[in-house]
Design a protein around this ligand. Structure first.
Ligand code: IMP
Length: 242
């Protein structure tokens, strides 16, 4: 496999490739400005940019396990392409106390469906409300885990392995009925603590400012900024660092 250039177009600065282990274009579009604002030495790639389409089965029983599994699988493919890189892989789940933490890692496939088909968001919400009928409490939380896996230069001319996770969470309750039309997934029935609106009644920026994913991304950005600075790469000061 050929190695992509590890220097910038000026030929002076080594580049760090940040590879998003997702095929979801919306996620890539949302993350690009945030990640590219970390350092002029950072270049962002999606799986599509690298013509990678790994078939990764999420077989672990925890969000951490699945995020690590995805990051490791993509690292194996993208690792030989770059000298310095960080792979980011995320996994998200809704955990409902009255259901013993379900749907959790099964959030995308909570409602019964044939093996070959995925339930729709609507199927999952209906199944959730049905499963919670008569429940004593409605407390729940969203958790997003992002795994960072990669390789950066160390001070002594060698390299430093990166293998860590960050987590963002938001606590709330499951409303007995749907409210709002924005968002996706379980948004119409998730009421964040301290808010009078479900996620589906919020604009995207409003949701992102408090959401599990927004919080996990802020932490991942802070870690990348720190790791790159320690490795000697210049960083862009934003004044509103995560
Ligand atoms: P993923 O790990 O990001 O693919 O998320 C797994 C599943 O969790 C999705 O299919 C959705 O059902 C649900 N989910 C993830 N993030 C959200 C969110 O922000 N709002 C509502 N549902 C979500």
């Amino acid at each position: 496999m050929s190695t992509l250039p590890s220097t910038s177009t000026t030929g002076v600065r080594p580049l760090v490739a940040v590879v998003l282990a997702t095929g979801n274009r919306d996620k890539v579009r949302e993350l690009r400005p945030m990640l590219e604002g970390i350092s002029p030495s950072l270049a962002l790639y999606s799986l599509a940019d690298l013509a990678l389409s790994p078939d990764i089965e999420e077989t672990e029983s925890t969000l951490e396990g699945n995020a690590r599994l995805k990051a490791a699988a993509v690292m194996e493919l993208a690792g030989p392409m770059f000298e310095w890189l960080i792979v980011l892989a995320d996994d998200t789940g809704l955990e409902v106390d009255a259901l013993g933490g379900a749907p959790g890692v099964r959030s995308a496939r909570f409602a019964p469906a044939p093996e070959s088909a995925s339930p729709s968001y609507e199927d999952n919400v209906r199944h959730l409300l049905h499963s919670m009928a008569g429940a004593a409490g409605r407390a729940a939380r969203f958790r997003t885990v992002i795994a960072l896996k990669g390789r950066l230069p160390s001070g002594n001319g060698g390299s430093h392995e990166i293998d860590e996770t960050v987590e963002g969470r938001i606590d709330g309750t499951i409303t007995p009925e749907r409210h709002g039309a924005e968002g996706f997934g379980y948004d119409p029935v998730f009421l964040p603590d301290g808010s009078g609106k479900t996620f589906s009644e919020m604009s995207l920026p409003e949701k992102n400012s408090i959401s599990h994913r927004g919080r996990a991304i802020s932490k991942a950005i802070a870690r990348i900024r720190h790791l790159m600075t320690v490795s000697g790469f210049p960083s862009i000061s934003t004044g509103n660092r995560p």
